[in-house]
Design a protein around this ligand. Structure first.
Ligand code: G4P
Length: 525
């Protein structure tokens, strides 16, 4: 068997949030508790954005947004924590969806004043699809926000999940006094300073001791609130949380490092260790003796001085050992990895072994890996990832420098392997169309082609509504359809037929006219 203790002490998760809810601030504070950074309280948000230890690429620094996913790992108490960072910008949502295939649980940060926002809602849909256990951190309690009971209702309704508060705020904004930690049954008193570690008091809330700390009026209000909570919300149920049905809720202020350690303490205790992973062939248990893993992310140029790619592999079972022979299932090749790495943002270290739950970086300079590739000790397994969804924006990509045709082709190829965007080739005119979920991705592609591949591209408009994968049980009807729509037929990178609909109306008419053709909005059907 693999080393069960090693596997069970691992907690691999992502923090997700709508931009500006406080994901970066929370990540920084968690790193602080893990001893990975020593800048307690001194971390200011603006600085975080410019120098965040999780930002790798030059473009991120320029724009102040996180566009690639990085991994941060540290030990806390007896646990090994792996945080997968996700891009904050909604144009990179697809990247985040993919990262969610590699985590065992999720912490959602919600801005206490804004409540549930678009991006939170979308990301929660993916968590729900995968039944990922979710903890919610309501942030910015030092600011005036919504009534906490209203907020809980909103979370339940909008995120379609049961909630169960495990801490409870005493006032908010300028009057914020702290939280009562229901999970630990302690009172955490807030001091509005980034330098001070919060005072934790064990109080019996039914005694006058509570009144001494927060005053009679607030003490009575807190008692009433807690009674209401106990009356309305069923007791915290670890099983319900692990099944993805109930989300425990914590309140705090990431910027002020308040409520973060309490969140972390509870998280390590209740969050799942690596969970079984579904492959096409069977379910893979983390404690199986043999190593298996899949690539969920590929990034280029972590170190701008050395042109290199890294494939991020989530270990699903067993133990990974450096230099051991592993099967790259898609390529049918046995490979050895002499310098696998683990990460602490800019810092990376070569490792000799890693266990189920860990994320390892495999150097890949020859385009060996694609998103979704599986590695095993010989078994022909295929892990299921998330499908590609129909992009929302489309542009023709053209070569702007005739001398650099080859570089451009290689750059496009590798960026598509990384899953930066989707490529379709129009069968009528042979032109390449790039599809993305946001405008910013076009800029990133152009920037990266120039900086990493020395190739120039130019975008030309193409007015499209959706790309649909088409299939049919009737080859004749499919042929007839392709003939009729020949100007709008394309192939994806796997050579599958894609219909480029230029409007919702055209798509609707096609669906009516060709009843035996199925139009799919995602690449797996
Ligand atoms: P993100 O990664 O989710 O985008 O959020 P980030 O942590 O960068 O925080 C977004 C903004 O919210 C930052 O303000 C940050 O200071 C602020 N913030 C985060 N947590 C808290 C909190 O607990 N309380 C308060 N009051 N604010 C918080 P900014 O305007 O971008 O920077 P700055 O000018 O405030 O430094």
């Amino acid at each position: 068997m693999a080393d069960i203790t090693e596997i069970q002490r691992r907690r691999t998760f992502a923090i997700i949030a709508h931009p500006d809810a406080g994901k970066t601030s929370l990540t920084e504070k968690l790193l602080l508790f893990g001893g990975q950074i020593q800048v307690a309280g001194a971390v200011k948000s603006n600085k975080i954005k410019k120098t965040a230890t999780s930002d790798w690429m030059e473009i991120e620094k320029q724009r102040g947004i996180s566009v690639t996913t990085s991994v941060m790992e540290f030990d806390y108490r007896d646990y090994k924590i792996n945080i997968l960072d996700t891009p904050g910008h909604q144009d990179f949502a697809e990247d985040t969806y993919r990262t969610l295939t590699a985590v065992d649980s999720v912490i959602i940060v919600v801005d206490g004043a804004k409540g549930v926002e678009t991006q939170t809602r979308k990301l929660m849909e993916v968590c729900r699809m995968r039944k990922t256990p979710v903890i919610i951190f309501v942030n910015k309690m030092d600011r005036e926000g919504k009534d906490p009971f209203d907020l809980l209702d909103e979370l339940e309704e909008e995120l379609k999940i049961h909630v169960r508060p495990l801490s409870w705020p005493i006032e908010q904004g300028a009057r914020f006094k702290g939280v009562y930690n229901i999970y630990e049954q302690k009172l955490d008193l807030y001091q509005p300073s980034k330098q001070v570690v919060t005072e934790k008091v064990e109080v019996d809330i039914h005694t006058a001791e509570l009144d001494n700390h927060i005053g009679g009026v607030l003490a009575n209000k807190l008692r009433g609130d807690l009674e209401l909570i106990e009356g309305v919300y069923p007791e915290f149920d670890g099983e319900g949380y692990l099944a993805g049905d109930t989300a425990p809720v914590f309140f705090g202020s990431a910027l002020n490092n308040f409520g973060v350690q309490e969140l972390l303490n509870c998280f390590v205790e209740i969050a799942p260790s690596p969970r079984p992973v579904q492959a096409e062939e069977r379910t893979v248990q983390p404690a199986e003796p043999k190593f298996t893993g899949f690539v969920f992310k590929i990034t280029a140029n972590i170190d701008p001085n050395h042109r290199s790619c890294v494939a991020f592999c989530k270990i699903c079972s067993g133990k990974f050992t450096r230099n051991a022979p592993y099967l790259h299932v898609r390529a049918g090749k046995t490979m050895r990895f002499s310098s696998p790495t683990q990460f602490m943002a800019q810092r990376k270290t070569t490792i000799d072994e890693a266990y189920a739950g860990d994320i390892i970086g495999l150097p890949d300079n020859g385009g060996t890996f694609k998103i979704g590739d599986t590695l095993t000790e010989g078994e022909a397994l295929h892990f299921r990832g998330l499908p590609s969804f129909s992009p929302e924006m489309f542009k023709y990509i053209e070569n702007a420098d005739p001398m650099k045709q080859k570089q451009l082709a290689k750059g496009i190829d590798q960026l598509m392997d990384e899953g930066v965007a989707q490529l379709f080739v129009n069968q009528f005119n042979g032109r390449k169309i790039i599809g993305t979920v946001g405008q910013l991705q076009f800029e990133v592609i152009q920037y990266r082609l120039l900086n990493e591949y020395n190739a120039s591209c130019r975008w030309e408009p193409v007015s499209l509504y959706k790309a649909c994968w088409v299939e049919s049980d009737s080859p004749e009807e499919l042929e007839a359809f392709k003939k009729r729509k020949y100007q709008y037929m394309a192939k994806d990178r796997d050579g599958r037929d894609v219909f480029l609909a230029d409007s919702a109306y055209v798509l609707q008419m096609a669906q009516i006219d060709f009843k035996h053709i199925k139009f799919h909005f995602s690449s797996e059907f």
